[in-house]
Design a protein around this ligand. Structure first.
Ligand code: NAD
Ligand code: DAU
Length: 370
């Protein structure tokens, strides 16, 4: 049994789906169902007894203690976070609470549980912190890509909160000996990506005839990785990573934002042309830049390739085509997110966190479609 946090979000849900497709080992999936958590992401494992969904907050120490005691996980894979840079600029409070306080509570609960395990189980236990390349700050055009030895220079409230939690994770290993692993991944894209982020926002706005907002000159560079390749990297680190080590994960796909937007427009022109015959690129609109916008990220992923044999399966061309096709084929998912209907559904299908705690079997029954 592994405990996954944030497994109803974009990457966490992809991870849970991939895990259950590849392994017989069950997953306890703890997710608060913030605006970014969507149980429809997990529709395909509804009824699968290996998936135990628990609606709850990683800040809730009592709930965490009960989950560790009740499910005895051999590992924690920690995805739960507030993840959107723009939201962190607008309102950092939730980022401090979940990303720092929540990670602290999770570390403490994991440590309490781990410290009472028999010696062999204690040695085998892992706490995997899913972090971001943004903690390294920004790169000048000629600088080499981020390696694991680069210092942290976070620039946004989001990246500062992730860096803070990464430091806590490191300290829990150094001070208490908790066997931790940390990954720093570049920008993900793929199915179930919430349409507040650049790629899904571009797809859904293009199809709706709305402007495609490009911040500033659009020449900021990100390094893109198909989400399932990130999931395979996390699995690889969980299986074979050395406790106390950090691993950078990236696709080697450095691209300016404006090129990303043009690529998405060109794919839509091919797969779902506009009725008026114009290209979707006519909807591109340059808007005011993001405050403190990091200019360039690039990840040196040679360590995970060299030491653990991980490599991405998708090229950017294959991954972005799959992604655009997925959004075209999942108009219902997009509509649910855009109208907010997915929230209504959460309310009617699941109880509140408190009642779930007192009646976990009812939640499991709901999850199993009973
Ligand atoms: P997301 O916003 O799509 O999902 C986050 C999930 O965490 C949601 O399901 C949400 O309900 C849940 N959550 C939020 N607060 C919680 C709390 N207090 N308790 C329990 N659950 C809570 O995020 P994502 O893009 O899937 O990112 C997942 C992780 O990967 C994050 O830690 C993020 O920092 C990291 N990461 C993301 C990217 C990327 O490109 N998206 C890249 C590198 C690393
Ligand atoms: O690098 C990894 C990070 O990637 C993760 O840690 C974050 O959780 C994830 O959200 C992502 O952060 P970014 O800020 O890079 O992603 P976003 O999709 O918001 O923006 C990508 C780039 O596109 C960035 O340079 C800002 C720009 N942008 C974004 C939006 C939403 C636009 O130009 N227009 C937009 O409308």
């Amino acid at each position: 049994m592994i405990l996954v946090t944030g497994g109803a979000g974009f990457i966490g849900a992809n991870f849970v789906l991939d895990w259950l497709a590849a392994s017989s080992e069950p997953v306890v999936n703890l997710d608060k169902l913030s605006y970014a958590g969507n149980l429809h992401n997990l529709d395909s494992v509804r009824g699968d007894a290996r998936h135990v969904f628990v609606q709850g907050d990683i800040c809730d120490a009592a709930l965490l203690e009960r989950l560790f005691a009740g499910h005895q996980p051999r590992a924690v894979v920690h995805f739960a976070a507030e993840s959107h840079v723009d939201r962190s600029i607008h309102g950092p409070q939730d980022f401090i609470q979940t990303n720092i306080v929540g990670s602290f509570r999770l570390l403490e609960a994991a440590r309490g549980y781990w410290s009472r395990l028999p010696a062999d189980a204690r040695a085998a236990f892992r706490f995997l912190q899913v972090s971001t390349d943004e903690v390294y700050g920004t790169l000048a055009p000629a600088e080499p890509a981020f390696s694991e030895t680069r210092g942290f220079e976070p620039n946004s409230p989001y990246s500062a909160s992730k860096a803070a939690s990464d430091h806590l994770v490191r300290a829990w290993q150094h001070t208490y000996g908790l066997p931790v692993l940390t990954t720093h991944c570049s920008n993900n894209y793929g199915p179930y990506h919430f349409p507040e982020k650049l790629i899904p926002l571009t797809i859904v706005n293009a199809l709706a005839g709305r402007p495609l907002p490009v911040y500033g000159d659009g020449l900021q560079v990100r390094d893109w990785l198909y989400v399932r390749d990130h999931c395979s990297a996390v699995r690889c680190v969980l299986d074979a990573g050395q406790p106390g080590q950090t691993y950078n994960v990236g696709g080697g796909n450095e691209k300016p934002n404006i090129e990303i937007v043009h690529t998405v427009c060109a794919l839509l022109d091919e797969l779902r042309p506009r009725a008026d015959g114009q290209g979707y690129a006519c909807q591109i609109t340059h808007v005011r830049d993001r405050p403190g916008h990091d200019r360039r990220y690039a990840v040196d992923a040679r360590k995970i390739e060299r030491e653990l044999g991980w490599r991405p399966a998708e090229t950017f061309a294959s991954g972005i085509r799959k992604t655009v096709q997925w959004y075209l084929e999942h108009a219902d998912w997009v509509a649910n997110v855009q109208t907010g209907a997915y929230r209504d559904w959460v309310q009617t299908q699941y109880q509140s966190a408190e009642s779930a705690e007192s009646a976990p079997s009812a939640r499991q029954a709901a999850d199993a479609g009973a």
